[in-house]
Design a protein around this ligand. Structure first.
Ligand SMILES: [Zn+2]
Length: 477
């Protein structure tokens, strides 16, 4: 069988792997590349100066037999509708929550595409010609077509794909529904096992159960986002958030702006805030969850309470809700979102995108960055080229929506809400594997530096079969 790394190779985003077993082709994840510094070329220039769109995928979409998803995040699912647009007709296998969360995320992407296209067409009023990048856009109808092809599969049970291929979904923490996907493939009478880690969560994360340990396999494809670093673990999310709010909103009497992904991270924050208001003396400062997607996703979390951790289950049993405290307001409308700038009382604004790369958060950053009373709290990974990345690295001045702004607000970085495991968590994930029988560990989903650090650590633990594949590279397994 042949494994080809088509994305998240020597970078974090764009997860996509092709597994070919004789004529049968499985695509694992189909994610969007969000690395701004390494964009996909949109067109290829040919000799007569005309541009032809580059192929959307480096394979024929109609040749793929089945797609298997590790989880719903857009860097793992964001190109699925393009796959259907390009002629894919098969099924998408995933866990039940992944289906519901993907539907929310993909419809949101379709709306963004619609806006992007309208903007370009409005600019070139005389021509209704589609822009060069139109083949990279999908719209609501493509998402509807895509959602029809989802098939949900139970976790912790073998699911037979063909007579010789089965798949097993193992809880990965990280996000509701996230899983490691483990294939058992019979080839020439021999069983081979291969585990795609997807994104690996961490222990004691708000709402989510701890990641399960996968079984022993022959080949491991392992994420390495935080392969070279350790989370600062001294405080619980409740303690850490309490301290940030106390300083930002009570001592400084200012606004606290928290960029957060609407799906996953926002629920972790809201649940933690809910507990804080219930268990501490924290004054009931107004909390704005400024994202329609956040509102929809919280409903999915409540729909799958049975898949959350014990603490969340107990909380739900006692309160019949997880995210519904009286000083919380969900903001749906864009005008209402912008009007938050006129709210002068101390408040907490949670908005996306989490890396500060587009979305409503950009407006809040623009309005508050030069205000020394404001605090911006970064709680997750920010890819190179995003404003979040610049703030984490201590930029004194950043360019927000074409406007240069001085960084006068306090910038605070909190580790405890990061949904990715650190080096220790990743080592725990790998160490169940026998270094003598494991054939290869392929590192993906990380910056080169993080991968090199993780490789070094694994080597020191006796795992010398580590590979760092380049994009497009194939391996016979
Ligand atoms: Zn993820």
């Amino acid at each position: 069988m042949k494994l080809t790394f088509l994305g998240a190779a020597q970078q974090v985003t764009g997860s996509m792997y092709l597994l070919e077993i004789e004529d049968y082709k499985i695509l694992i994840d189909c994610g969007q590349n969000m690395e701004k510094k390494k964009p996909e070329p949109e067109a290829i220039k040919i000799e007569n100066q005309k541009y032809i769109p580059k192929p959307v995928f480096p394979f024929e979409a109609s040749d793929i037999d089945v797609v298997v998803l590790t989880h719903a995040h857009i860097d793992h699912t964001g190109r699925l509708p393009l796959l259907f647009k390009e002629g894919y007709e098969g099924q998408i296998l995933c866990t039940s929550p992944t289906y519901y969360l993907s539907r929310i995320l993909l419809h949101d992407s379709a709306q963004l595409n619609q806006k992007k296209l309208k903007k370009v067409l409005d600019k070139s009023k005389n021509s209704r010609k589609m822009p060069d990048f139109a083949n990279e856009l999908f719209f609501s109808k493509h998402v509807d077509d895509t959602m029809e092809r989802f098939v949900t599969v139970a976790t912790n049970q073998k699911f037979k794909i063909t007579d010789s291929i089965s798949v097993y979904f193992n809880h990965a923490g990280h996000l509701l529904g996230a899983a490691n996907v483990i294939f058992t493939i019979k080839e020439s009478g021999i069983n081979k096992t291969i585990c795609f880690s997807g994104d690996i969560g961490r222990k004691n994360y708000p709402l989510l159960p701890d990641p399960q340990i996968p079984p022993k396999v022959d080949y491991l494809i392992c994420e390495s986002t935080y392969g070279n670093r350790l989370h600062k673990n001294e405080k619980t999310p409740e303690q850490a958030l309490y301290e940030v709010i106390k300083k930002a909103c009570i001592e400084k009497q200012g606004r606290l702006i928290i960029p957060a992904f609407s799906v996953g991270r926002t629920q972790a924050l809201l649940f933690t805030l809910n507990k804080l208001y219930q268990n501490t003396d924290l004054p009931r400062i107004k909390v704005y969850a400024d994202s329609p997607m956040a509102f929809e996703s919280t409903k999915v979390y409540e729909q799958f309470v049975n898949q959350l951790n014990k603490e969340a289950k107990n909380f739900y049993e006692d309160n019949e809700e997880l995210f519904d405290f009286e000083n919380l307001e969900y903001i749906q409308d864009v005008r209402h979102s912008k009007a938050l700038s006129n709210h002068y009382e101390p408040c907490i604004i949670i908005s996306s995108s989490g890396m500060i790369s587009g979305g409503r958060i950009e407006h809040h950053i623009q309005q508050n960055l030069e205000n020394a009373k404001a605090t911006i709290c970064i709680i997750g990974y920010c890819a190179e080229g995003t404003l979040g990345h610049e703030l984490i690295h201590g930029a004194k001045e950043i360019n927000v929506r074409n406007k240069k702004l001085e960084v006068r607000a306090d910038v605070v970085i909190l580790d405890c809400f990061s949904a990715h495991g650190d080096q220790n968590d990743l080592v725990n994930f790998v160490q169940i594997q026998d270094s003598k029988t494991l054939k290869n560990i392929f590192l993906t989903h990380g910056d080169l530096e993080a991968m090199a650090g993780f490789e070094h650590k694994l080597n020191s633990l006796g795992y010398h079969q580590v590979l760092i594949p380049a994009k497009g590279e194939s391996f016979e397994l």
